[in-house]
Design a protein around this ligand. Structure first.
Ligand code: PAF
Length: 289
C-alpha cells in the first residue's frame, strides 16, 4: 500500500493505476473502525484501485472543541487500510487541502435544514465543500459513504447531480456492535456507563420502526413512543428525533410511504447519531443495516 500526502503525488499515483480499471474513493476522517472497513471491502470488490482519504476537515466542525478532540491515530489507520486491502492512502495536511481560506464554498439548501443540519450550522456546507475537493483531486469512478450518515449521503448525491460530477456515489449499510450501537469513531470517547446507555438510541429507532410497520401514520405518535424509551438519565440528552421523507429528508405530516427515522443523542459529552429506513408494513426492512 502506498501513502501520499500531496495532491501532486496522489495524481501521479492514480495516473499510473487508472489504466487498470475503476478507481474507488473512500473518504474518511480517520479513527477507522469496521464501519469504514465495510466501505473499503465493498470498494475492493467493485474497483481495481481503492483510495482511502484520511483528513479531519476543519471546515465541517461547528465547535472548536470537537475539532480538537476528534481522534487522530494515523499509524493505526494506515495499518487498518493495509489489512483491509486498500491500494493507496491520501493523508494530506490542512495546508495541502486549504492552502488559503477558500473564497468559494458550497452552500447546501433545504437538504441541510433538518436533522443534523439544523443543529450543526455550516456542517454540511463544509462536508460538501471538502468532498467536492476530494473528488476533484482523485477523480474517482465510484465513492463510498456509510448510511449511518444518511443526511450526508443524500447531500453528496445531490451535490454530485447539481455539479455534474462524474462519480457514482455508493451508500453502504451501517455496521453495528452486537447490541445494535452503530459503529462510530466517536464511540471511543464513551466511558463504560455511557457505552451501556448508547444503544438506547437504536432501540428507540427500532420501536419507531415497529409502530410504522404496524400502520401508525402520525409521525408525532411515533416520535413520542420512541422518545419514551430513552431513560431519564443525567448523561443522556436527546438532540432530535425526527421522521422525514426517505428521498429528500423533509418532515412528513403523515406516514404513507418510506420514511427515515433519525436521531442524535448526547451521551455525556459524546454526540451519537443513527437512523433507520422504515415503511408501513415493511417493519424491520432496515434492521440488518
Ligand atoms: O463522514 C466523514 O467521515 C466525513 O464527513 C467526510 C465524508 C470524510 C468528509 O470530511
Amino acid at each position: 500500500m502506498q501513502t501520499v500526502s500531496t495532491k501532486s503525488d496522489l495524481r501521479a499515483a492514480l495516473d499510473a493505476r487508472r489504466p487498470s480499471g475503476a478507481v474507488a474513493l473512500v473518504p474518511t476522517m480517520g479513527a477507522l473502525h469496521d464501519g469504514h472497513g465495510r466501505l473499503i471491502d465493498q470498494a475492493r470488490t467493485e474497483c481495481a484501485t481503492v483510495v482511502v482519504t484520511i483528513f479531519v476537515n476543519p471546515l465541517q466542525f461547528d465547535r472548536a472543541a470537537d475539532l480538537e478532540q476528534y481522534p487522530r491515530q494515523l499509524d493505526r489507520d494506515l495499518d487498518f487500510c493495509a489489512d483491509r486491502g486498500a491500494d493507496l492512502v491520501f493523508a494530506p495536511s490542512v495546508d495541502e487541502v486549504y492552502p488559503r481560506r477558500p473564497a468559494c464554498t458550497i452552500t447546501v439548501g433545504a437538504l441541510a435544514a433538518h436533522l443534523c443540519g439544523r443543529h450543526r450550522p455550516g456542517h454540511f456546507d463544509g462536508v460538501a465543500t471538502v468532498v467536492l475537493k476530494l473528488f476533484q483531486m482523485a477523480q474517482p469512478d465510484r465513492a463510498y459513504f456509510g448510511e449511518k450518515d444518511r443526511q450526508q449521503l443524500a447531500i453528496i448525491r445531490r451535490m454530485v447531480a447539481d455539479f455534474d460530477v462524474p462519480v457514482d456515489v455508493i451508500g453502504v449499510p451501517t455496521v453495528r456492535a452486537w447490541d445494535g450501537l452503530a459503529l462510530s469513531s466517536r464511540n471511543q470517547h464513551l466511558d463504560a456507563r455511557g457505552r451501556a446507555l448508547a444503544p438506547r438510541l437504536y432501540q428507540a429507532l427500532l420501536a419507531a420502526d415497529r409502530l410504522i410497520g404496524a400502520g401508525e401514520h402520525d409521525p408525532q405518535v411515533v416520535i413520542d413512543a420512541a422518545r419514551a424509551l430513552l431513560p431519564p438519565d443525567d448523561q443522556l440528552r436527546l438532540e432530535y428525533l425526527e421522521v422525514v421523507t426517505a428521498d429528500d429528508l423533509q418532515p412528513v405530516a403523515r406516514i404513507d410511504g418510506p420514511v427515515v427515522v433519525a436521531g442524535a443523542m448526547w451521551v455525556g459529552t459524546t454526540r451519537l447519531i443513527d437512523n433507520i429506513l422504515s415503511a408501513p408494513r415493511l417493519a424491520g426492512a432496515d434492521r440488518t443495516s
